[in-house]
Design a binder for this molecule. Structure first.
Ligand SMILES: O=P(O)(O)OC[C@H]1O[C@@H](O)[C@H](O)[C@@H](O)[C@@H]1O
Length: 303
């Protein structure tokens, strides 16, 4: 994308600018009195967010993550859409849908009354998306960067038939100490276990979740508010989901991390994904002319 044209239309002096990043990706850099953040127009993806009061960034992006237009970027908050995980209609297709692989168009960048910065980007169906998924839609993400962070993903159905989607805000949270980490709020929720040796068993969570091996789970009927206690970075991350009853918790652990070309062998110690999703049995049906918004608010509490 042409950054000077984007800056002329959407730039905000001293606060928001478009720059060409590594590999030619178009980046949006935000620095306001409340926080800093980095987004890319590929996939409408947030890559970094740090409130001025926080010691560390909220998010993890691996050094080996792809920075090539058209390849998924492992880190930040990838948008998984219109299917989450494997496409039920064709398991051979790309995992987590195509939305994160395409260029999105900025439609709004503005400063809000409280000093936060709001960015909207859109992906609208065209010949390329129709060859991947034969439906008409407009997908919009709104990211608000302030003392807290909000990400809202809205699907507008422009098709003549009902759209069925699964989707997710696949947040990669930066962490300091995997051994002492706890995911809080899932006690009593049942989950489908997709870890390599688990064979999709259904299990009920007892107490908080600690990570002592590969974790790859879809939790069902989750409360809207979850948290991650990370004594390593001395903080708790609060996640407030909206319109989501399922949550994916993922850490690849040693072997799976080694097998991923876009992760360092040690990266599994540096992040945990706690994903606000509509997945498994939570398939969203959107009628013609209808819309559906999946959203999450994130807050860092320094301890
Ligand atoms: O596509 P990415 O960003 O590499 O993430 C892959 C992982 O995403 C998680 O959501 C899945 O539960 C894992 O099974 C999968 O391996």
């Amino acid at each position: 994308m042409d950054c000077s044209a984007l800056n002329a239309e959407f730039g905000i002096p001293d606060t928001l600018r478009f720059v060409e990043g590594r590999g030619g990706l178009t980046m949006i850099e935000i620095a306001n009195p409340l926080a800093t953040a980095t987004l890319t127009t590929q996939g409408g993806q947030l890559l970094a967010y740090r409130p001025r009061t926080a010691r560390n960034d909220l998010l993890f992006v691996g050094e080996r993550a792809h920075r090539t237009p058209g390849l998924e970027i492992k880190g930040g908050v990838p948008i998984c859409w219109p299917w989450f995980g494997r496409d039920p209609a064709d398991p051979e297709r790309v995992i987590h849908g195509f939305a994160r692989l395409f260029e999105w168009s900025p439609t709004l960048c503005e400063t809000c009354a409280d000093g936060s910065t709001r960015v909207r980007m859109r992906l609208v169906s065209d010949a390329r998306t129709r060859s991947a998924w034969p439906h008409d839609f407009a997908l919009e993400v709104e990211i608000r960067v302030g003392a807290t962070l909000s990400v809202a993903l809205t699907t507008h159905n422009l098709d003549a038939s009902v759209l069925h989607v699964t989707q997710g805000l696949h947040a990669y949270f930066r962490i300091g100490d995997l051994a002492r980490l706890r995911v809080e709020g899932l006690d009593g929720c049942s989950y489908l276990d997709y870890a390599a040796d688990a064979r999709e068993r259904v299990v009920v969570q007892a107490g908080d979740l600690g990570v002592t091996g590969e974790v790859n789970r879809i939790y069902e009927s989750v409360p809207s508010r979850l948290s991650i206690l990370d004594p390593g970075l001395g903080r708790r991350i609060w996640i407030q989901g909206h319109n989501s009853r399922t949550c994916v918790v993922w850490n690849p652990w040693i072997e799976s991390a080694r097998a991923m070309e876009d992760l360092d062998d040690d990266d599994y110690r540096r992040f945990i994904c706690v994903e606000t999703v509509n997945a498994a049995s939570e398939v969203i049906a959107i009628p013609p002319e209808g819309a559906f918004t999946l959203a999450a608010d994130y807050r860092i509490e320094e301890l």
